[in-house]
Design a protein. Structure first.
Ligand SMILES: [Zn+2]
Length: 278
């Protein structure tokens, strides 16, 4: 009796959730011409199977409903800007949860609401203390940044050029949203939220690949560059830390899948296990 009641209650809950999600999707629907223009600018998205594109469009609508966009220093954010960000941000979570639970996929981005767009790179002041305890200050140019609790900052110049920049396996939106996913469980360690046994395996594989990557990047700097060898697929910035290595590897995984598969088969298998679960 209790079992039957529980099952009826679960069905009722699932129906209610679906009704709420389809109401939001309809209210925040991405208009056809805007959707087509966005796809035209993002070849690595446009090539996805039709079914994935439909799912991505729905996910992007839900994403737009859950986030607040603003422009910095007079930059005016239009629907086209917001959709360009939403589509790229939703690519990593497209197959992370069952198709009927897009809310679970989006929960990975729950840690913040605000997204601030700047026209171009932002000069940020930095202060740090070196190994000898000496304080330094300076500035660095940023194209994206996350801070705990938000907002997330992005340079529109790089968001807009994502189609062209994909040739260099670069994608600022994916990079920052991978960081968001990484810190979702409170630890910025290069591993998205998962059970502890899987986490150990993930981090061990990532660490091995990270060390090989640093060696290969150094060898390329010393010899390969001079002899005209093509640049490594993953951005050398990945050598900064395991977190950055995760973020830049994921950029290559999502925008240059074929080349990534050739160069990093172990990472491909591990990423597929997490990002392509459903
Ligand atoms: Zn980063």
């Amino acid at each position: 009796m209790l079992k039957a009641w529980l099952s009826r209650w679960q069905t009722w809950q699932a129906d209610r959730r679906l009704a709420r999600l389809s109401h939001i999707t309809a209210r925040r629907a991405i208009e056809d011409s805007l959707w087509q223009n966005t796809l035209a600018a993002l070849p690595f998205v446009a090539g996805l199977p039709e079914q994935d594109l439909m799912r991505l469009r729905q996910l992007a609508s839900l994403f737009l409903d859950s986030k607040e966009f603003s422009g910095a220093q007079g930059f005016r954010v239009t629907d086209a800007h917001a959709v360009m960000v939403a589509v790229q941000a939703c690519l990593p979570i497209l197959h992370i949860a069952p198709p009927c639970r897009p809310d679970l996929a989006l929960a990975l981005y729950d840690g913040f609401v605000g997204i601030v767009l700047h026209a171009g790179e932002v000069k940020a002041r930095r202060e740090w203390i070196d190994e000898d305890g000496i304080a330094h200050s300076g500035s660095e140019l940023l194209t994206g940044e996350i801070v705990e609790g938000g907002p997330l900052m992005l340079a529109w110049s790089d968001v807009r050029a994502a189609g062209e920049l994909a040739k260099k396996s670069y994608n600022v939106v994916i990079h920052e949203f991978i960081h968001v996913m990484d810190v979702r469980d409170g630890q910025a360690d290069g591993c998205p939220p998962m059970a502890s046994t899987q986490r150990r395996l993930w981090l061990a594989t990532l660490q091995t690949e990270y060390e090989q990557f640093i060696e290969a990047a150094q060898a390329w700097q010393r010899f390969g560059k001079l002899s005209g060898e093509s640049e490594p697929l993953i951005d050398p910035y990945g050598g900064e830390s395991l977190c950055e290595f995760f973020a830049v590897s994921a950029e290559a995984y999502f925008v240059q899948r074929d080349r990534f598969a050739q160069a990093h088969p172990k990472l491909l298998e591990m990423f597929d296990g997490f990002f392509k679960k459903f």
